[in-house]
Ligand binder design. Structure first.
Ligand code: NOJ
Ligand code: CA
Length: 700
C-alpha cells in the first residue's frame, strides 16, 4: 500500500533524485517494514533548500509527527506539530511514526501569461514523509525553496474510508522568542472579513489572525505564514495557543465541521516565506510555485489593462447605485466614461448599479438582485456597441450581497448575457458580514457561512470556472484570500481582500498613512489586489474632513507600481483628472503587465520602493517604472539605478512630492521633471509625509 501511495503522490513531480537528505532512518529500508511500523526506530529527515540556507527537519522523536525550520542555522520555526483530526477516526498524531521518505529535486522554469514576472524559476528540494501508527497513515510533503518552505498533507484511501469530516488540523507554527518578534496582522473571524487596518504587535500579543501573517524575528529575519492552492478546503487562520504556538485554525462550516472531503485528498500547502530582510518577502515566488500549472489552456483572452468606472461617484455620494436623479449607471453616463477611457488608453469601463435590485435595502438582502434585468435608463447593448466602436469594453458587475444561492440560480444566464455583449471581465461582490453568507442548502434550509470556509472556497472557484467557459475574467470583491490560484486559473484576474480605496470615501477611520506600506508586505504577498488607486480629489469635503484620502497626490501615482494588479482602476471622476493633466499622464502611461519586478528597498509598514519592467507595450518591454511610497514619516531615498539595462540611456520622467508637500495640509504640491540617466546613476527621491514618487524610465 505504501509504495503505491508514494508513487501516486509523486507522479506530479519531475524526478531528479539527489542526495539532499541526511536521513537517520534506523531500520527503515524496505516496503515490507512499512507494514510493521512498530519495529521502526525512526527518526528524522532533514531537507535543505537548494542554497542550503534553509533546513527543515521532520521527525517523530516525541512519538508524533513534528517539524522545525532553521535559516542560516538559527531556528525560525521551533519544533511544531503535524497532523489531522477526523470526526470518525480521531486524531492522527500520537504514536505516529515516520515510516518512509521519498525525495526529489526540481529546477525548472515556467511562464506566466500575465504577471509581475514573466519567467518563474521553480527550484526546490522535496521530500514526502509517510507517517503511520500501524493502523492509519498519511503523508506530509515538504518542499524547500531558497525563499521559504511549503508542506501539505496527503491522505490516501485506506480501510474503506470514503466520506471524511475534518474537525481540526493539528499543524502548529512555534515562533521563537514571540515576545521579541514584531508582527503585522488583521483579525480573523471578524464581521468585516479582511477589511481591517493592520495592527503591529509582538507575536505574543495576537489572538486569531488571517494569513498572510508577517513576522520580523528579533534577529531581523522576516517570515510570512500563509497558504498556497486553497481549493476544496477551509482557509487556514492562525490561533495563538500557549505563547508563540500558532495553531492552524480552519474556518468552520455553519454546522461546525471544518472540512468535508473524501479519501484520497490533499490539503492546501502551508507556506512559510523566509527572508533576511523585508524586501526579500516581496521578491519571493514561493506561493505561485506551489500552485498547479494553468488548467485553462489558451488564455490569450485574459486581458490586463487599466479601467475607469461608474463607481467612486457612488462611494462619495455624488451618484447612487439605485434609480433616481443621481443614478450613475445610465446609458449616457456610460458613453461619457467610454469616451474618457478611449482618450486615456484604458481597456474598459466598469458599470455598477445597472441591474435591478439596488433600490431599498440590498445591503443585507442579496435576494433582491436580478443579474439580467437592467434599469430603464441603461441599455446594455447600446453601451456595449458604443464601446466596441471606441475599442473600450463594458466591464460587468455582479453584487451578490452574500446571497450566493440567488447568484447561482442566475449565473448561467447572467454570464451568457455578458458574453453576448462582448464583456470579458466581471467584478463580483459578496458584501455580507463575516459568517453571514446566505445559502439555501439541499433541504431548503437557510444556512449562514463564512467567506473563507470550505463552502465559499468552492463557490468562488465555481464562478471562476463558469466564467472561464465564456472567456470571461473575474475580479472578486469580498473574496476568499488569494493563495496563488491565478497560476491555475489565469482568468482570476484580481481581487480585493483588504481595505481598499473605498474606505477613504466613507470608512471610519479611513486608511491611515501606513496602510499601503503595510499592505505591500502583508496582503500583497498573496497576489494581485484591486485596490483602485488614483484618487486626485483627495478630500471632496475639505482637507479637515474625516473621510478623505490620507496621502499626497504623488503617492496615488506610486500605488500603480507598488500595489500589483494586472487590472488597475483609474478610480476618480474624469473631471478630477482634468485638474492635473500633467500628473494624469503617469496613469495613462503606466503599464499593468511586467517582465520583471524588483522590490528595491523598504521596511514593513514604513516604506517600499518597487521597480518593474514593462512587458511588451509601447516600449516593447524596454521601459522601466518605479514607485516609492512612505508612511507618516517624510524621508529622502537614494535609489541605485543599477536595475536598468547597461547599454541603454533613459529619460527619467519623475513625478515627486514638492518641497512643501505633506498629506495633511498640502497634498497637491508636486513636481514633474525629466532627467537623463543610465544604470550607473543614483537618484535622490524626497518623499513627503504619506508621500510618494513615480518614475517612468523611457528607453531612448
Ligand atoms: C463592495 C466593493 O468592494 C465595492 O467596490 C463595490 O462598489 C460595492 N461592494 C458595491 O457592489
Ligand atoms: Ca469591499
Amino acid at each position: 500500500m505504501n509504495s503505491t501511495l508514494l508513487d501516486s503522490a509523486d507522479s506530479v513531480l519531475h524526478h531528479k533524485p539527489r542526495a539532499i537528505l541526511s536521513v537517520l532512518l534506523g531500520a527503515l529500508l524496505s516496503g515490507a517494514l512499512c507494514l510493521t511500523p512498530s519495529l521502526v526506530q525512526a527518526k528524522q529527515v532533514t531537507l535543505n533548500s537548494p542554497d542550503n540556507q534553509i533546513a527543515v527537519t521532520i521527525t517523530d522523536d516525541n512519538a508524533r509527527p513534528q517539524y522545525q525550520v532553521s535559516f542560516n542555522d538559527k531556528p525560525v520555526i521551533n519544533l511544531s506539530e503535524l497532523g489531522l483530526s477526523f470526526i470518525s477516526i480521531g486524531e492522527l498524531s500520537d504514536q505516529f511514526k515516520l515510516i518512509n521518505t521519498k525525495t526529489n529535486s526540481v529546477n525548472s522554469q515556467w511562464q506566466q501569461p500575465w504577471g509581475e514576472q514573466q519567467w518563474m524559476q521553480d527550484h526546490h528540494n522535496g521530500v514526502i514523509a509517510t507517517f503511520s501508527d500501524g493502523q492509519y497513515q498519511f503523508d506530509v510533503e515538504f518542499r524547500a525553496f531558497n525563499d521559504g518552505i511549503g508542506f501539505r498533507y496527503h491522505f490516501p484511501k485506506q480501510h474503506q474510508l470514503t466520506d471524511l469530516a475534518i474537525n481540526r488540523e493539528l499543524t502548529t507554527f512555534a515562533i521563537p522568542e514571540p515576545e521579541k518578534a514584531t508582527s503585522w496582522w488583521i483579525p480573523a473571524r471578524g464581521w468585516n472579513r479582511y477589511e481591517y487596518l493592520y495592527q503591529k504587535t509582538p507575536v505574543l500579543d495576537i489572538d486569531r489572525v488571517h494569513t498572510p501573517y508577517t513576522i520580523k524575528l528579533d534577529n531581523g529575519v522576516h517570515l510570512s505564514i500563509h497558504e498556497a492552492a486553497l481549493t476544496d478546503y477551509a482557509a487556514m487562520t492562525l490561533d495563538q495557543r500557549r505563547g508563540g504556538i500558532l495553531r492552524a485554525d480552519l474556518t468552520p462550516w455553519s454546522d461546525g465541521v471544518k472540512v468535508k472531503t473524501q479519501a484520497p485528498f490533499s490539503s492546501p500547502w502551508r507556506t512559510i516565506q523566509i527572508a533576511p530582510k523585508a524586501t526579500g518577502l516581496l521578491n519571493s515566488s514561493l506561493i505561485l510555485n506551489l500552485n498547479e500549472p494553468n488548467k485553462l489552456g489558451d488564455v490569450s483572452w485574459v486581458e490586463p489593462g487599466k479601467y475607469a468606472g461608474i463607481w467612486w461617484g457612488m462611494h462619495i455620494g455624488e451618484n447612487t447605485w439605485g434609480s433616481g436623479d443621481k443614478h450613475g449607471a445610465t446609458t449616457s453616463e456610460t458613453k461619457r466614461y467610454m469616451d474618457f477611457a478611449a482618450a486615456s488608453g484604458f481597456i474598459g469601463v466598469l458599470v455598477e448599479g445597472w441591474n435591478l435590485g439596488w433600490d431599498g435595502s440590498w445591503f443585507h438582502n442579496g435576494d433582491v438582485f436580478s443579474f439580467t434585468q437592467s434599469y430603464d435608463d441603461f441599455d446594455i447593448k447600446a453601451v456595449a456597441d458604443y464601446g466596441k466602436q471606441l475599442g473600450v469594453r463594458l466591464i460587468g458587475h455582479h453584487e451578490t450581497s452574500g446571497s450566493v444561492t440567488n447568484y447561482r440560480k442566475q449565473m448561467d444566464d447572467a454570464y451568457d448575457l455578458y458574453e453576448k455583449n462582448g464583456v470579458t471581465q466581471i467584478k463580483t461582490g459578496y458584501v455580507a458580514d463575516g459568517g453571514d453568507i446566505k445559502r439555501v442548502d439541499e433541504n431548503g434550509i437557510v444556512r449562514h457561512e463564512w467567506h473563507d470556509g470550505q463552502f465559499m472556497v468552492n463557490e468562488y472557484l465555481h464562478s471562476i470556472e463558469q466564467a472561464a467557459k465564456r472567456k470571461i475574467s473575474i475580479n472578486t470583491h469580498e473574496p476568499i484570500k488569494d493563495t496563488g490560484l491565478r497560476r491555475t486559473y489565469p482568468n482570476w484576474i484580481s481581487r480585493e481582500g483588504a481595505r481598499g480605496q473605498e474606505f477613504n470615501a466613507w470608512g471610519t477611520p479611513p486608511n491611515n498613512p501606513s496602510h499601503t506600506p503595510t499592505l505591500a508586505y502583508t496582503r500583497m504577498l498573496a497576489g494581485p489586489m484591486d485596490f483602485t488607486p488614483g484618487i486626485f480629489d483627495l478630500a471632496p469635503e475639505g482637507l479637515d474632513a474625516v473621510n478623505r484620502v490620507q496621502t499626497t497626490l504623488m503617492k496615488q501615482l506610486a500605488l500603480y507600481v507598488v500595489l500589483y494588479s494586472p487590472i488597475q482602476m483609474a478610480a476618480d471622476l474624469p473631471k478630477n483628472y482634468a485638474k492635473y493633466p500633467d500628473a494624469f499622464q503617469f496613469i495613462k502611461d503606466v503599464p499593468t503587465d511586467w517582465t520583471t519586478s524588483i522590490a528595491l528597498q523598504g521596511e514593513v509598514g514604513e516604506y517600499v520602493v518597487f521597480a518593474r519592467q514593462e512587458r511588451g507595450g509601447v516600449s516593447d518591454g524596454r521601459d522601466w517604472y518605479l514607485g516609492a511610497i512612505t508612511d507618516d514619516s517624510q524621508r529622502t531615498l537614494t535609489i541605485d539605478l543599477d536595475f536598468l539595462d547597461k547599454n541603454t540611456r533613459y529619460q527619467a520622467q519623475i513625478y515627486r512630492d514638492g518641497p512643501d508637500a505633506n498629506w495633511q495640509s498640502n497634498p497637491y504640491d508636486y513636481i514633474v521633471e525629466t532627467k537623463h540617466v543610465t544604470n550607473a546613476d543614483k537618484l535622490e527621491l524626497p518623499l513627503a509625509t504619506s508621500g510618494g514618487a513615480a518614475i517612468r524610465f523611457k528607453a531612448l
